[in-house]
Ligand binder design. Structure first.
Ligand SMILES: [Zn+2]
Length: 73
């Protein structure tokens, strides 16, 4: 009798575990999509843009040549 109860308990635990495992994978996918964007912020005007469109100069990030010149002189 104790053996049967143990088997039932293990079965319930496994079902709950499988249900739980399904969720974090969706969160991980959402995080992955967020990382692909990789947005950066202009030091002068604060506008957000993809890293590929940003200007990098002396460790700072700018949205355009004009803002880079305004900050660095
Ligand atoms: Zn700017």
């Amino acid at each position: 009798m104790t053996k049967l109860l143990f088997i039932i308990a293990v079965t319930i635990a496994l079902v709950l575990w499988f249900k739980h495992m399904g969720r974090p994978r969706r969160d991980l996918d959402a995080k992955k999509q967020h990382d692909v964007e990789d947005m950066v912020r202009c030091k002068v005007c604060g506008v957000n843009m993809p890293r590929s469109e940003a200007l990098l100069a002396q460790g700072s990030i700018y949205c355009c040549e004009e803002h880079r010149r305004r900050d660095l002189g």
